[in-house]
Design a protein around this ligand. Structure first.
Ligand code: NI
Length: 189
């Protein structure tokens, strides 16, 4: 497994439409493992393969990288300094060739962010509930209805497969403000 570079706007690859996965082979397993390692390292809750520059219809999501209710533990792994860490509870989910079969009329607004649009957040309205179908690493098909953050996150990640980032859902004025902010941060860094 390896952490790979996450590409950021305005990299033109983020506008590319990703291709369906046809072979469920070892290369795909390596890609997915790298995607999880990169996402957890960022940290983030979702990642599309194109964010690593790979134009394939592959997404990883984990809404719970940390357990907010868990008791902090003292970690002795850093020599004399004692850091406290939350125990990490992973719920990795893999979506290959995902499709949305149905979307609710009812919509929900979430403040979204994206590892390819660092430090920028904006309210985006999306259907509250979706029925989705996808394949797992073995090519087996799954179908499920989802709501809440999971529905939002899957729709956000699926947008990446069509070359869309969340800023494309907000007004041009707000988008330009967000991009200016991002450029300013980059200059300061
Ligand atoms: Ni994103």
């Amino acid at each position: 497994m390896a952490i790979r570079e996450i590409i950021e706007i305005p990299d033109p690859r983020l506008k590319q439409v990703s291709s369906p996965v046809e072979s469920f082979d070892d290369d795909l397993r390596v890609l997915v493992a790298d995607m999880f390692e990169t996402m957890y390292g960022a940290p983030g809750i979702g990642l599309a393969a194109i964010q690593l520059g790979v134009p394939q219809r592959v997404l990883v999501i984990d809404l719970q990288p940390e357990d907010p209710d868990a008791e902090p533990e003292v970690c002795h792994a850093h020599g004399d300094e004692h850091h406290t860490h939350q125990p990490v509870i992973r719920e990795p989910q893999i979506f290959i060739n995902p499709e949305i079969l149905e979307s609710s009329e009812e919509a929900t607004i979430y403040s979204e962010g994206c590892l390819s649009v660092p430090e920028i957040y904006a309210d985006v309205e999306r259907p509250s509930r979706i029925r989705a179908r996808w394949q797992d690493l073995d090519g087996k098909a799954h179908e499920e209805e989802m709501d809440g953050l999971m529905a939002t996150c899957l729709q956000h990640e699926m947008d990446h497969l069509e070359g869309i980032v969340f800023l494309d859902h907000i007004s041009r004025l707000k988008r330009n403000m967000a991009i200016k902010k991002l450029e300013k941060q980059r200059k300061a860094a």
